[in-house]
Design a protein around this ligand. Structure first.
Ligand code: M6R
Length: 607
């Protein structure tokens, strides 16, 4: 979603802002802009619809040597993606960039009669409000911002400059992240630490309800009531290679192929293969608390939710006295659901910023339920607000389609379940084979990726012109089918839906015709024969069946991708690699923008 950058220092502000915005491109946007200011208090505002390269062209024609500025990538909420609606917005001497939503902007707008509005946005209303306080009297920029923010309902991460003050920026947050990079004679602002990588390793993550006045060599953090805060400087651990393509054509392929290493990071120090136990430090629950758990709520959106569903099927195989409830955050936040005693909530999010997931966290925490984060992005809002947490350590995920995060989320959830099982005294003979497979999973993933990737391009060319796809799977392979369909639809734009194979005859089978192809996840063992019957039903209606499997079978399907593995329990995670590669090659075959699919944002920070 929207991205913010800011700079005050001695270097070329336009250059930093442009490079910073390029780093944030992955989040999804439809327009971009920057405003810089020189020492003579002359601003330069440049905005463009579409990709950053359009803004870059404008910058080339309007180069400045300014040392202070703010920039933004906008994902349209209020008003179309037009140049007037792009940020920064100006009101009087104020320039403002804003992530989030000002819910009461229409009421506020009615009162701001002296400002001539140029856009349809809520952000311009906030700019005008700040300006109205700033103009009204001898008040500092910081005071004007806090006065304005007191009247605002909604969420914000903002960066503000005033043409009257070429030495300072003011930033503030409530519900939308902001990081302040601490440099040498420069201070950098970003909504996501990835924009700061390579510039500084020191950062202050603002908390909700905080504001900061920053100059090139000074950072003063306060609460929105202007009480001083002693801000902690933290280390940015990401290095440049983690946010570069590293020789791959797309971030998506890089992230799929790096799963053996990203998963090793998830497992590092947490699993003892020889003695068959798992040690997960982060959740901070005592053995007594772990033992008393009888209900796990797993909250997530999109892929994170499917990771929860996948893990739920696996966990219930060895946690007989725990009910496991995966829930979709955007639904759960408005439900009046009863949460029984002895519950723990697992809050699953790659970005750690998803608005619906965050809302659930706050709601559940408010009910006195322990919340545990299963989060990838270090220092993100969810990671900071949960009672305890396990970082999945998959490394930055840049491509909008989530891949390596899924594998690490499922594995982290499994390890959390195993930790509970160990404390509850579940027979170690039941747990040992699972731990064994988890420990071997990175190498198994490496083998499968190498063997299957070369086959997928051909398969994609065979199916790229279909309009619809149905994914089918049973048991754990049902959420894997859901995840496969999500991956395909979001980057290939083929209408794809998933069903439990056994549900086919209760409705979806009516769809089958030549516009459709069907991807069936077929695992040997439990429910194999029943899955075969499902395939037969499709074949009997002239279906175009593709099977992802780990075994041989005798049915005249159109295409088969067979993986060679001795796994039995975690095979669904391996099948999902096929889903990922297939979706990737379909998107490439269709000539789509693989890493930034249309209409989507990487991090969904608005409801
Ligand atoms: O950052 P999160 O894990 O909270 O994001 C949740 C979903 O928005 C995300 O998984 C989304 O569905 C992906 N685009 C799927 O590939």
């Amino acid at each position: 979603m929207c991205g913010i950058v800011g700079y005050v220092g001695e270097k070329d502000a336009q250059e930093f802002l442009l490079q910073g915005l390029k780093r944030l491109e992955y989040r999804g946007y439809d327009s971009a802009g920057i405003a810089t200011l020189n020492q003579e208090k002359q601003p330069t505002l440049l905005r463009a619809v579409g990709k950053i390269k359009n803004l870059e062209e404008k910058i080339k024609n309007h180069r400045t040597s300014d040392h202070l500025g703010i920039g933004h990538t906008r994902w349209a909420t209020h008003g179309n993606p037009t140049e007037n609606n792009a940020h920064p917005h100006q009101a009087g001497s104020i320039f403002l960039v804003h992530n989030g939503i000002i819910e009461n902007y229409q009421d506020l707008k009615k009162q701001l009669t002296s400002h001539k509005f140029q856009s349809d946005t809520d952000t311009e209303v906030l700019a005008a409000l700040i300006d109205s306080f700033y103009q009204a009297g001898s008040i500092s920029l910081e005071d004007a911002v806090t006065q304005a923010l007191k009247l605002v309902k909604g969420t914000f991460g903002i960066a503000v400059l005033s043409v009257l003050d070429p030495k300072h920026l003011v930033v503030a947050r409530s519900g939308s992240p902001l990081v302040i990079g601490v440099g040498d004679q420069e201070t950098l602002i970003a909504s996501d630490a990835s924009a700061l990588v390579g510039h500084t390793k020191k950062a202050i993550y603002l908390n909700d309800g905080e504001i900061a006045l920053v100059s090139k060599d000074h950072i003063e953090v306060k609460t929105l009531d202007l009480q001083p805060v002693s801000a902690q400087v933290e280390e940015i651990l990401t290095d440049l290679s983690a946010i570069q393509k590293g020789g791959y054509d797309h971030f998506l392929l890089k992230e799929i192929m790096e799963q053996p290493t990203s998963l090793k990071e998830t497992l590092r120090g947490r699993i003892n293969q020889s003695e068959h136990f798992v040690h997960l430090g982060g959740p901070g629950l005592t053995p007594k608390e772990l033992k008393s758990i009888h209900h796990l709520i797993m909250v997530g959106c999109g892929t994170a939710y499917y990771a929860a569903q996948t893990a739920a099927y696996l966990l219930e195989q060895f946690l007989p006295d725990v009910t496991i409830e995966p829930v979709i955050a955007s639904e759960y936040r408005y439900r009046q659901a009863y949460i029984p005693d002895h519950s723990v909530a697992l809050i699953i999010s790659q970005s750690g910023e998803t608005a619906d997931t965050l809302a659930c966290l706050r709601e559940i925490k408010g009910q006195g339920i322990k919340t545990i984060g299963i989060v990838n992005a270090i220092g993100s809002t969810i990671a900071r607000e949960v009672d305890g947490g396990t970082y999945v350590h998959a490394g930055p995920e840049i491509s909008v389609a989530s891949t390596k995060a899924f594998t690490s989320q499922v594995t982290a959830l499994l390890m959390f379940g195993l930790t509970i099982a160990e404390v509850k005294g579940v027979n170690s003979r039941l747990l040992a084979p699972i731990i064994e497979e988890i420990a071997q999973l990175p190498d198994e993933i490496a083998r499968i990726l190498q063997s299957v990737n070369p086959l997928m391009s051909n398969l994609a060319h065979q199916y790229k012109d279909y309009q619809h796809a149905i994914y089918l799977g049973r048991d754990v392979n049902y959420p894997i089918a859901l995840e496969g369909a999500l991956k395909l639809k979001e980057i290939s734009y083929i209408d794809a839906n998933a069903y439990p194979t056994g549900e086919l005859k209760h409705g979806p089978i009516a769809l089958i015709d030549d516009r459709f192809f069907e991807v069936v996840i077929l695992q040997s063992g439990f429910l194999f024969q029943k899955s075969l019957s499902g395939i037969q039903e499709v074949l009997a209606r002239g279906g175009h069946v593709v099977v992802f499997t780990d075994t041989d079978f005798d049915l005249p399907v159109e295409s088969v991708i067979k993986i060679d593995t001795n796994f039995t329990i975690l095979t669904p995670i391996l099948f999902n690699l096929l889903n990922q590669l297939f979706a990737y090659h379909m998107a490439v075959a269709k000539g789509n923008n693989v890493d930034q699919p249309r209409n989507l944002a990487k991090s969904v920070t608005v409801e």
